[in-house]
Design a binder for this molecule. Structure first.
Ligand SMILES: Cc1cn([C@H]2C[C@H](O)[C@@H](COP(=O)(O)OP(=O)(O)O[C@H]3O[C@H](C)C(=O)[C@H](O)[C@H]3O)O2)c(=O)[nH]c1=O
Length: 186
């Protein structure tokens, strides 16, 4: 099996994971997560909740979401079907890259996954129809601690590849970031 490779990004802790896989005449076997291999990302990495979303139409956007402390969460994201423009925004109070975003294209055929540390907001745009995304969460979902940003928030300036579509009422109604927003301490 090809070894897993970790790639840093300009946002400290946000890491691209080139998952280990082996291909043969039958197809491909991919190791999505291994405690030992990904210990370097976060000691004691543990995922009490795993979610799966299916998005039907190209251009649809889900997010940007995060959870406030004490329910702040890191996420490991894997595209299982189609292709997405996956975005993480640094919300960590005092971070030198506060409110900066970074995006990566993930697709079901490639080895790339992304690890998003606690303190980041996450969202994605479907670049194909029929997208499925797998999320491994380091915290349980807590409606009381949910936070959200509008994907078109002018303070973020995210360069989405396609016109935004199919936002949920929650995402479309997300309040713009106030000038006084100082971030979260995960
Ligand atoms: C996350 C979650 C949600 N829910 C309920 C809440 C809503 O009634 C429904 C859909 O949740 P939401 O509209 O937040 O789903 P998305 O807009 O697809 O958000 C997801 O996609 C973006 C990109 C993310 O990063 C979030 O982690 C993830 O929540 O499931 C649950 O019951 N359990 C859960 O763990």
């Amino acid at each position: 099996m090809n070894p897993v490779r970790l790639h840093a990004t300009p946002l400290a802790g946000l890491t691209l994971i080139e998952a280990g896989s082996v291909s043969d005449a039958r197809g491909r076997f991919t190791r999505v997560f291994c405690e030992d291999e990904l210990h370097a990302l976060q000691p004691g990495l543990h995922f009490p909740q795993i979610n799966l979303s299916a998005t039907r139409t190209r251009g649809s956007v889900r997010g940007l979401h995060f959870q406030h402390p004490p329910a702040s969460e890191a996420k490991l994201i894997r595209c299982l079907r189609g292709r997405v423009f996956d975005v993480a925004v640094d919300l960590r109070a005092g971070s030198p890259t506060f409110l900066r975003w970074h995006a990566v294209e993930l697709d079901a055929e490639g080895p790339l996954q992304v690890f998003i540390p606690a303190g980041f907001a996450h969202g994605f745009q479907a670049l194909s129809d029929e997208v499925e995304l797998l999320y491994l969460h380091t915290a349980r979902w807590s409606r009381a601690h949910e936070g959200g940003l509008h994907p078109a928030d002018p303070r973020l300036g995210i360069a989405w590849p396609l016109p935004l579509s199919n936002l949920s009422a929650r995402d479309a109604g997300a309040a713009p970031l106030g000038a006084d927003f100082a971030g979260i301490t995960p």
